[in-house]
Design a protein around this ligand. Structure first.
Ligand code: 3HC
Length: 302
């Protein structure tokens, strides 16, 4: 979490007109969207969080306030700075609220057609030099860029969950993304106190191409009765120094998301069996056992 909003504001004042990205619109107030709005506001950006209904926005703002109060309790930020960050976030149910943003970060559900239509719409709404970024975990940036008339200003900004805590932003360059856009986005990530690392567009990018098959393998290990969830997770935590085990991580990410990403990898790599989703993962998604968000997955959360 970035310390000292005053410093961020002073940086902004010193840079004056040279600061290319000053305002950010975040599309989606869910787990990822509200986290992105929070870190952007803490960096001193003017943030507009947009969602389809006020209830989602209100819940998103509650999540931001709860997260910031954890940070204040840990004495990593004072209450005045937290209040200042909260005041930097405005909310809207109107898409036009993104019309003056320098950078738009989309964090809506992972439904390809929904992403394409959203990018096409925001291409019309936003000013011509605005950068349109997607927080997609698996959908091709080139395919998203094709839905716009500005493919050179479309890029992937893949934040990790939980956004306020995780340092990485995976930057995905489409084949048309301009180097200037990449640099502006790298700078914005650093200002948000994140570490951006770049890759090219490819199924699962880097993070999920490696992470999701590992989680799928842990689910296969459970399905085959090799060990109980606590043992599988414990072995990976204690033996490999992972902060949480793969099954607990699947519950945190959402089993529907893991299944979706495995299917993207399976299709994207010509049905290579190493990416085939496990039967247990498919069954649990059908049963609605999606992890933390539904109260049960590999563990119970009620
Ligand atoms: N806001 C602010 N601070 C938070 C927070 C939040 N939402 N959640 C946790 N924290 C802080 C806590 O206050 C605590 O601070 P401290 O170190 O000063 O005590 C610290 O983070 C650790 O939190 P907890 O003590 O509550 O719990 P844990 O020690 O279990 O840590 C965790 C929680 C950081 C989430 C840890 O379990 C972890 O690192 N898990 C792995 C996360 C991961 O791998 N994420 C990537 C997922 S993949 C992804 O997102 C890509 C997608 O496309 C699938």
């Amino acid at each position: 979490m970035r310390m000292g909003l005053e410093r961020a504001f002073m940086d902004g004042m010193c840079l004056g007109n040279d600061m290319s990205i000053q305002s950010i619109a975040v599309l989606g107030a869910g787990q990822m969207g509200n986290g992105i709005a929070q870190v952007a506001a803490c960096a001193g950006y003017d943030v507009t969080m947009i969602d389809i209904n006020q209830d989602y926005l209100d819940k998103g703002m509650v999540a931001v306030k709860n997260s910031l109060s954890r940070v204040v309790k840990k004495e990593r930020m004072n209450q005045d700075d937290a209040d200042l960050a909260i005041a930097k976030i405005s909310t809207s149910t109107h898409k036009n609220a993104a019309s003056s943003a320098d950078l738009v970060i989309e964090a809506i559900p992972e439904i390809p057609e929904l992403k394409f239509s959203t990018f096409s719409e925001f291409d019309e709404i936003c000013k011509p030099d605005a950068i349109l970024a997607s927080n997609t975990s698996s959908i091709s940036i080139n395919a998203i860029a094709k839905a716009t008339n500005r493919p050179e200003r479309v890029i992937g900004m893949h934040f990790m969950n939980p956004v306020p805590v995780m340092k990485l932003v995976e930057i995905i360059n489409g084949s048309a993304t301009s180097p200037e856009v990449t640099q502006l986005v790298l700078d914005a990530c650093e200002k948000m106190d994140k570490i951006p690392l770049s890759c090219n567009d490819s199924p699962g990018f880097v993070s999920n191409r490696i992470l999701c098959p590992m989680i799928n393998e842990a689910i296969l290990t459970l399905e085959e009765g090799v060990a109980e969830p606590e043992a599988i997770d414990g072995i990976m935590k204690l033996g490999m120094n992972h902060p949480i085990g793969p099954l607990a991580l699947a519950d945190l990410i959402g089993l529907d998301t893991i299944l979706h990403i495995m299917n993207v990898l399976y299709e994207g790599f010509d049905k290579d069996p190493k990416y085939k989703p496990s039967q247990l993962l498919e069954d649990m998604v059908v049963e609605g056992k999606l992890g933390r968000k539904t109260g049960s997955g590999f563990y119970n959360y009620e």
